[in-house]
Design a protein around this ligand. Structure first.
Ligand code: AMP
Ligand code: MG
Length: 295
């Protein structure tokens, strides 16, 4: 179906949120959860098909799961976040457009405590690993580094690090495939200012953060269009995956991401993720290219 903002939502988005909500609820019953999907989407007349398909698929995965329990798991993902306490934020399928076209998408979960991201888990089912097989999970814990695990369990976990470059002209940057999500023309101007000659890697979802964390891309540029304000669940897991791998993640003005403002990053605009050695140069180039921040 199409959401109010015209983005797509599928049985997979809703089902993933139900499954993760049930698992977190069992493990940490007291922890609130902020999930992207809103249970009201499966209420009402126009949604009979998706609701029935959701319950049919969930029943295959968890035999005996009743519809009330499943919908309560979806419904409880309405936490408002804020500056205090411990809560989780979930994007059950980030990059739904990528998922639908068979491209990149991610299941993104983060734990936030008193405004700081403590843990990030980024499942990337369509991402190729160094061993040539497909499917990675990035796990980052504050102070413990970032690790890449094989989704199929067929390889040992490896610690990943951002690209070891010191000269920004050597960078390869990643950006959204969807031109509506990031101003690709302005990103190109920033890249030119830095002397970057490699074309950008364009892909959906927070897999971009995974590529930066393991050095396949060195920079992630997300340049907002028309004052767009980012959602917390679109960045919390990815941001710690990059910072624990030796990167820095800020907005396009170099301002640290402020996780305390509710469901959206109200005090930030856009994203720049890069290795610590070149992040300052990338921010300086962005500031010279982009219009001055309003207000
Ligand atoms: P990406 O796959 O990196 O292009 O980002 C996907 C995310 O972009 C979705 O989860 C949406 O929350 C978000 N999004 C939707 N509309 C916009 C927009 N106009 N600008 C930036 N991000 C958006
Ligand atoms: Mg998303």
């Amino acid at each position: 179906m199409e959401k109010a903002d015209r983005s797509p939502v599928t049985v997979a988005d809703l089902g993933s949120q139900v499954l993760i909500s049930l698992a977190l609820g069992a493990a940490f019953p007291a922890d609130p959860l902020m999930g992207e999907e809103d249970a009201s989407q499966i209420r009402g007349n126009a949604t009979g098909d998706i609701r029935a398909a959701l319950h049919a698929r969930l029943a295959e995965l968890i035999p005996g799961l009743d519809e009330q329990t499943a919908e309560a798991a979806l419904e409880r993902c309405d936490d408002a976040g804020g500056p205090r306490g411990r809560w989780w934020t979930l994007d059950p399928v980030d990059g739904t457009k990528g998922f639908l076209r068979g491209g990149q998408y991610a299941v993104a979960l983060a734990l936030i405590e008193d405004g700081a991201v403590q843990l990030g888990v980024l499942g990337c089912p369509n991402l190729e690993r160094a061993d040539g097989r497909t499917g990675s999970i990035f796990v980052a814990q504050h102070g413990r580094g970032t690790w890449e695990l094989a989704l199929d369990g067929e390889a040992d976990e490896t610690r990943v690090r951002v690209a070891g470059i010191c000269d920004p002209s050597q960078a390869r940057y990643a950006e959204s495939l969807e031109a509506a999500h990031s101003a690709q023309d302005e990103a190109l101007l920033i890249a030119e200012r830095l002397g970057i000659t490699e074309p950008p890697l364009r892909l959906d979802s927070q897999v971009k953060y995974g590529l930066v964390a393991r050095g396949d891309a060195s920079v992630y540029l997300r340049i907002p269009r028309g004052g767009y304000v980012e959602n917390i669940w679109d960045h919390a897991a990815g941001a710690i995956v990059v910072t624990e791998a030796g990167g820095i993640v800020t907005d396009v003005d170099g301002v640290p991401l402020d996780w305390t403002t509710g469901r959206r990053l109200d005090r930030n605009r856009g994203i720049i993720a890069a290795p610590a050695a070149i992040h300052g140069a990338v921010v300086a180039a962005a500031r010279s290219v982009l219009p001055v921040r309003p207000g």
